[in-house]
Design a protein around this ligand. Structure first.
Ligand code: SAM
Length: 304
C-alpha cells in the first residue's frame, strides 16, 4: 500500500495524499484482507474520487477542524479527512475492518479509530476531550439502516457541532430538506429543520459504491443553527404534536391529536389551541410549517 505513497502539504503539514477512492485500490485492499461485506452493517464503500472531493469541499474541512467520521469502512474518506483536517476520530463497528484501517491509515498521525457502535459513543465527551468543547464537524457515508437515530441522536444530545455532512439515501435527503405541501414532508423534515439548515450537495448514483446499493444516494449538509429558528416553550410537546400529526396523515390535525396516545389533552383543549393559533378547523398537519407547530405547542401549553 505504501510503496508509491506521495507526501504533499496537507491541511496541517506533510501528509500522504489519499490513495483509496478508486475501484482498483479498493479491490486490492479487500483482496489483501479477504474482506467479506456485511449487509447488516450497511457496507457500501465509496469508489469515486469526485464524490469524495465534493464531500470534503461541502464540509469545508480546514486544518483547524476536529472531525468525527462515522463508519470509515476501509478508510477511504478517512484518508481525505486526515489529509485536510487537524484531527480525525473515526468510529467503526465492524472489528474485521480494524486491521485494514491500521494499514490504510498508517501514514497519518492525526487519526484515531474507535471500534465502537456510534449510537453508544459519547460524542459530547469526544468534543470536550479533543476539541475543548468547541463545535466539531461530523462527516460520513452513513450506514443507511440507522440514518435517523444517528442524526437525531447528534442533535438531541446537544453535541457541540458546526455541521453534519453525510451521504444518505436520496429519499431521506429529500425528506430532510422539504417543506409543507410535499409528499416527502414529515416529522423528520421538521425535526432536522428545527436544529439545522439542510442543503443537498449532490446526488450520487449506485455505481459510485462497492457493492452497489439498491437505492439512489445524496450528500446532504446540515448546518446547525446558532439557535432554533422558532421559539417554543416545551420542545418535547412540540415534537409529540408533530409526531401525532404525521402519524395519521389523512386525518385532520384535530383528529390526529385527539387520537394520539402520547398527548393527554381533551378534544375541547385541542380545538381551542387550534382556534387560538388561527388555523382552519379542517387543517391537516402536512400543511403546517415549523413556526405553526411552535405556535400550536405554545398555545396548547398555555391551556393545559
Ligand atoms: N466510509 C466508508 C466509505 O465511504 O467507503 C464506508 C461507508 S459504509 C456506507 C458504512 C460504514 O459504517 C461501514 O463501514 C459499517 O461497517 C459502518 N457501521 C455500520 N453500523 C455502524 C455503527 N452502528 N457504528 C459505527 N459504524 C457503523
Amino acid at each position: 500500500m505504501n510503496n508509491h505513497t506521495q507526501y504533499t502539504e496537507g491541511g496541517a503539514g506533510l501528509r500522504p495524499q489519499p490513495t483509496l477512492g478508486n475501484p482498483q485500490n479498493t479491490i486490492a485492499v479487500l483482496n489483501k484482507y479477504g474482506f467479506n461485506f456485511q449487509k447488516k452493517f450497511g457496507q457500501n464503500f465509496l469508489i469515486d474520487t469526485h464524490v469524495l472531493d465534493k464531500i470534503i469541499a461541502a464540509a469545508e474541512i480546514t486544518d483547524e477542524d476536529f472531525v468525527v467520521e462515522i463508519g470509515p469502512g476501509i478508510g477511504t474518506m478517512t484518508q481525505y479527512l486526515a489529509y485536510a483536517a487537524r484531527e480525525v476520530c473515526a468510529v467503526e463497528i465492524d472489528r474485521n475492518l480494524i486491521p485494514i484501517l491500521e494499514d490504510t491509515l498508517s501514514g497519518y498521525d492525526n487519526v484515531t479509530v474507535l471500534n465502537e457502535d456510534i449510537l453508544k459513543v459519547d460524542i459530547c465527551r469526544l468534543a470536550e476531550e479533543k476539541n475543548g468543547g468547541r463545535p466539531i464537524k461530523i462527516v460520513a457515508n452513513l450506514p443507511y439502516y440507522i440514518t435517523t437515530p444517528i442524526i437525531m441522536g447528534i442533535f438531541e444530545s446537544g453535541v457541540p457541532v458546526e455541521s453534519v455532512t453525510v451521504m444518505v439515501q436520496k429519499e431521506v435527503a429529500l425528506r430532510m430538506q422539504t417543506g409543507p405541501g410535499s409528499k416527502d414532508y414529515g416529522a423528520l423534515s421538521l425535526a432536522v429543520q428545527y436544529y439545522a439548515d439542510p442543503y443537498i450537495v449532490a446526488n450520487v448514483p449506485p455505481n459510485c459504491f462497492m457493492p452497489r446499493p439498491k437505492v439512489g444516494s445524496a450528500v446532504i449538509r446540515l448546518t446547525k443553527h446558532a439557535k432554533p429558528p422558532v421559539s417554543v416553550e416545551d420542545e418535547k410537546l412540540m415534537f409529540e404534536i408533530i409526531r401525532a400529526s404525521f402519524n395519521q396523515r389523512r386525518k385532520t390535525l384535530a383528529n390526529g391529536l385527539k387520537n394520539y396516545a402520547g398527548l393527554s389533552y381533551t378534544k375541547e383543549q385541542i380545538e381551542q389551541a387550534i382556534d387560538e393559533s388561527s388555523f382552519e378547523p379542517s387543517v391537516r398537519g402536512e400543511m403546517l410549517c415549523l413556526e405553526d407547530f411552535a405556535k400550536l405547542a405554545n398555545n396548547l401549553k398555555k391551556i393545559g
